[in-house]
Design a protein around this ligand. Structure first.
Ligand SMILES: Nc1ncnc2c1ncn2[C@@H]1O[C@H](COP(=O)(O)OP(=O)(O)O)[C@@H](O)[C@H]1O
Ligand SMILES: [Mg+2]
Length: 259
């Protein structure tokens, strides 16, 4: 199993009171090359859970294992390797890119800093990564502000892929984009997952987005998982009233994807 999340809780301190549990006792596994979806309304704890998986937050309890090793116990080189193997893309793609660097500078830097390629092979690797995410080579000289939201999300995906991750955590990756662009970015994520045998943990408030990419999903409500199963099962036969209410507003992106 690539990622094992075992009874993880995340708590934030509250001044003069008991800690607030944003995530309670969550358990799921993600296999290599698998896509797993976490869906739930804003504030239910999705990003807190993602941060715990990234190692940015220490869980209050529970264990997170990557390739069988507990993440909180990783030190030195092993921790660095973990931080390369698990990459995250965000809702605010434009804001996640350095405004002072061109796409070329950004891509070269990430490959150099992490010593992903010898100097002589960097240029061709940048071209390869750009092609992988469907960007034309003329974006190389552009700054983020000169690109569309969709193009910025493609750049941030290319930058993740430069590190040859095993798992990508995509936290609301299309929420800030126009509906037609959403479908294209989701299709890109799905095809990369399949081509590169990449595991994807897709987080969204929108069940239709998750269903289109994910094999299995869980539904979160107020920090807890209230329903889980295959994406098709949960969509077609939701057991919980809350899941039904999420399904009630079927957004256009599902239709745009032809599902
Ligand atoms: N740094 C923080 N300190 C205190 N409370 C937080 C912090 N970050 C998030 N929360 C709270 O935790 C809950 C879950 O937030 P979050 O994980 O961002 O949810 P989601 O990503 O599903 O919208 C919310 O009630 C939010 O207000
Ligand atoms: Mg969030």
């Amino acid at each position: 199993m690539l990622l094992q999340v075992q009874q993880v809780s995340v708590a934030y301190p509250v001044r003069g009171g008991r800690p607030f549990f944003a995530v309670r006792d969550i358990t799921f596994n993600v296999g290599a090359g698998e896509s797993f979806g976490i869906v739930g309304e804003s504030g239910c704890g999705k990003t807190s859970l993602a941060k715990a998986v990234m190692g940015l937050l220490q869980p209050a309890s529970g264990r997170i294992l990557f390739e069988g090793q507990e993440v909180s116990g990783l030190k030195g080189e092993a921790f660095k390797a973990y931080r390369r193997s698990v990459q995250m893309i965000f809702q605010d793609a434009v804001g996640s890119l350095n405004p002072r660097q061109t796409v070329l500078q950004m891509m070269e830097e990430v490959l150099r800093v992490h010593r992903m390629r010898p100097e002589g092979a960097i240029q061709s690797r940048v071209a390869e990564l750009l092609e992988l995410v469907g960007l034309p080579s003329d974006v190389l000289q552009a700054y983020p502000r000169e690109l569309s939201g969709g193009q910025c999300q493609r750049v941030s995906i290319a930058r993740c892929l430069a590190l040859e991750p095993r798992l990508i955590i995509a936290d609301e990756p299309v929420s800030a984009l126009d509906v037609s662009v959403q479908a294209r970015i989701l299709n890109l994520i799905r095809s990369l997952q399949q081509e590169l045998n990449l595991a994807v943990l897709l987080i969204s408030h929108d069940l239709a987005v998750v269903r289109n990419i994910c094999d299995r999903v869980c539904v979160m409500y107020q920090g807890e998982v209230i329903e889980h199963g295959s994406a098709i099962e949960v969509m077609d036969q939701p057991r919980e009233a809350y899941t039904k209410s999420l399904l009630a507003a079927v957004p256009d992106v599902g239709r745009a994807l032809g599902k």
